[in-house]
Structure formats: C-alpha cells, structure tokens
Design a protein around this ligand. Sequence first.
Ligand code: SAH
Length: 343
Amino acid sequence: MELLITKLKTEHDLPDEELLRLLTREGEDTELFAAADEVRRAHYGTDVYLRGLIEFTNTCKNDCYYCGIRRSNTRAQRYRLTQEEILSACRTGYDMGFRTFVLQGGEDPRNTDEAVCALVYAIKEHFPDCAVTLSIGEQSRSSYQAYFDAGADRYLLRHETASEDHYRKLHPAEMRLANRKRCLFDLKEIGYQVGAGFMVGSPGQTPHHLLADLRFLQQLSPDMIGIGPFIPHHETPFAAQPAGTLAMTLRLLSVLRLLFPYALLPATTALGTISPVGRELGLKAGANVMMPNLTPARARQHYDLYDNKICMDEEAVKCRTCQEERVRAAGYRIVCDRGDVRR
Ligand code: SAH
C-alpha cells in the first residue's frame, strides 16, 4: 500500500484498479494523510484561505432527494436576504479579514439575471479587492456569462455524482446529469475559477461511482473541489439513510490532494457536523480552505440542508474566532487573502 501512495504522490495519478484498492482498503490512512499534507505544504505552505459563506436564499425549484431545502419540503420556512442584508454581511466579513464572499442558495426563481448581476456588481463596488463566488445551481450559459460580466470571479457547482445510474437515485427524472456537466464546462470556458465536487456516502454510492467522480474531475480539472459527507435530513426521502463516514471523507480528501496538488479543497461544514474535530482532521488530510458562515442569524437556521448542521445559532464574529483557533490547533495559519488557485 505504501508503494501505491508513493506512486500517487509522485505521479498524481494511478490506474483504475490501484485507485480502487486505495479507496476500499481496510485500516488506517496515516501514511496517506502524511503524503497529502506534504504535497499541500509544497504548494500552499501552511496557508488556509477563508471564504465568507452567505446563504442568501433557501427557496429552490429543484427536488433533490438528499436536500433539506428541496421544494417538496413544505415545512421549510423560505427566506431571501435583501441586498442590504447581504452587503452588511460582507462588511462584517471584510472587517474580520475575509477577501472572498460565497453567495450560495437554492435555485430561486427570483434569481433573475438582473437581480444576480446587480448583487454581484454592488459587492464588487463596495469591496473591489474581494473575490465573489456564486453557487446558485444550474443556469443557462448566457446567465453565467452575464454574472461573469457583472464581476463574478468563481462558481461552485458540485457535480454530485458523475455516474448516470447513481445520479438517477439522487434526483428526480426532470434533472439531468448531462446538463450539470454542461454547466461546469460552460463555466470554465467563460473564465470562472470553477469548483465541482460530491457528497461522500450518498445513498447508493459505490467505490466505482467514486472512481468515476475522480475521473470526471480529472477531465474537468476544476480549481476547487468541495466534498463532504452526506448527512440525512428528516424531511427528505433519505431521512433513514446512514450518513457518510469521517474516515471515508478524510481518505478522499487526501486522494484528491494527491491527484490535484494545486486544488483548493475546503474542510466543509458537513465534515464538522459528523465529528467535532472533522474540519481539523480535514486540514491535516490535505484541505486548505474553510468557509465560516456569514449568514445573518434570522436566516441561518433555515438554510437547513441536513440535520444537526453546526454553527446554526452563532454570530459571525464567534464563528471567525472559533475557526481561527481550530486552524491554529491543527498546525496551519489563516491568511487574509483572496486565496486564488495556484496552478
Ligand atoms: N443550489 C446550489 C447549492 C446547493 S447546496 C447548487 O445546486 O449547487 C450546496 C451543496 O450541499 C450541494 O451541492 C450538496 O452537495 C450539499 N448537500 C445538500 N444536501 C446535503 C445533505 N443532505 N448532506 C450533505 N450535503 C448536502
């Protein structure tokens, strides 16, 4: 196994059978984490970049089986932040040293091109030294172009799974994997820094699906890769499904770091939800990004993608200090920087 890790560390790739062996092996991943950390330090030192996450709408027209804000969840209390609330969240974040804001939300029909562009434009006008990341789902190429022209720098759209059969288990028939992939390639062509990714341990996921995810990512070559464990939400069809595990998520973070040495890999909120030290362990396994929550208190508890999500009642400032301590405890250092990809 050590040989495989060394090979992956130097060649940044492995044949299918060997990757599958690494993904399915029994036992501890200590050496895998050490290899990933070495590669991460070679590319990014001990830097950890912060993204201020603003969950600006939980209204969604989609019905993904795993997601707590799916349209069929009639118990979800829907909200949409005003532009003033969003700018004020950015101000709080800016004063705490954030130089990237991530605007994430459901596929809200009120996200017209005009509305999204006005928002992006306003943020860039007030905070010209900051990067704006959008994460508002599948849109037309012309919409993506319009947001980009308004100043958006980055876009996060997890592909969720690269396999057709698995995609069908996670989404209703009206959603299409081919369209999601089309979106990702359009975003790249337009010039965004692009983030893709998937949930670990989503219902029906097999090692072969994970292998297909890694191969798809190699084809796309994204700047950012977001992964986190699947966690059930009680008001979804997957309420009784088991969550993804800490061990498998950490293993995949390390494999991603070795396959994509340059990538920005977040230690996600979902990882912090399945274990109190999940994000610290994520950093040690190769992650180099954290995404503290800047969503104002009135809305935060309603951006309820999965059960027991952490930091639901924390104020932004507390979130920031807490993350700073976690990063330091893990042996890394938060930097006040846009944190662009280093290819
Ligand atoms: N509407 C946007 C944002 C989705 S929320 C979009 O489509 O990109 C961001 C991510 O949360 C999703 O891409 C999904 O991977 C993750 N997510 C949703 N439900 C989840 C759950 N139950 N457990 C863990 N992660 C979940």
